[in-house]
Design a protein around this ligand. Structure first.
Ligand code: 5GP
Length: 176
């Protein structure tokens, strides 16, 4: 059997350094406060699970599932909400954790949705940001990496359901 491994784009070690830095910043910014961390499924689950271990605050984890992509590599431009948070966000500090901000459609729609719950604050943490593709106005408060416009997989991100388990961020070569 031929096991194909995408080429390393950002290594496991480099990701760990940035995750620690973001965790420190979040801990400092929310000192003496509680946080509701909302993991945007599915792509952010690995980033979120590493990030929360580096945040030294009382927190609650919630999950939200929304996507603007199908099985391909081009945005459909349609946001589908599949699963919502299960607790009240009223008067609470919310940290949305996203895998990648590409056109910005997904996260900008999710921020609007969360703001309707009257939270005390809403901040966004994203593993990746592709500035070349941005179409919707988004503030990323905690960003691990700004990248060029390449389709990346691994560390939670998939291509047609594959490669989420890779410990690094990789790029697919032609033919995959
Ligand atoms: P946006 O709504 O910002 O255009 O797209 C965000 C979503 O598109 C991400 O949550 C992710 O699911 C998907 N996406 C965008 N770029 C990539 C990429 O390079 N790799 C993967 N695997 N997904 C991507």
């Amino acid at each position: 059997m031929n096991f194909y491994s995408p080429e390393v784009f950002i290594s496991e070690e480099d990701i760990a350094i940035r995750v620690q830095t973001l965790g420190n910043a979040i801990t400092k910014d929310f000192a003496n406060e509680e946080l509701v961390v909302i993991c945007v499924l599915k792509g952010a689950f690995v980033f979120c699970s590493d990030l929360i271990k580096k945040i030294n605050l009382p927190l609650r984890i919630e999950f939200l599932s929304a996507s603007s992509y199908g099985d391909g590599t081009v945005s459909s431009g349609v946001l589908k909400m599949q699963m919502d948070v299960s607790c009240s966000l009223e008067g609470r500090n919310v940290l949305l954790v996203e895998d990648i901000v590409d056109t910005g459609l997904t996260i900008s729609e999710i921020v609007k949705h969360i703001e309707n719950h009257n939270p005390k604050s809403v901040r966004v943490a994203s593993l990746l940001y592709k500035p070349e593709k941005l179409k919707h106005s988004v503030t990323i408060d905690y960003l691990a990496f700004e990248i060029e416009d390449r389709f990346v997989v691994g560390y939670g991100l998939d291509y047609a359901g594959r490669f989420r388990e890779l410990p690094y961020l990789g790029v697919l070569n032609a033919g995959h």
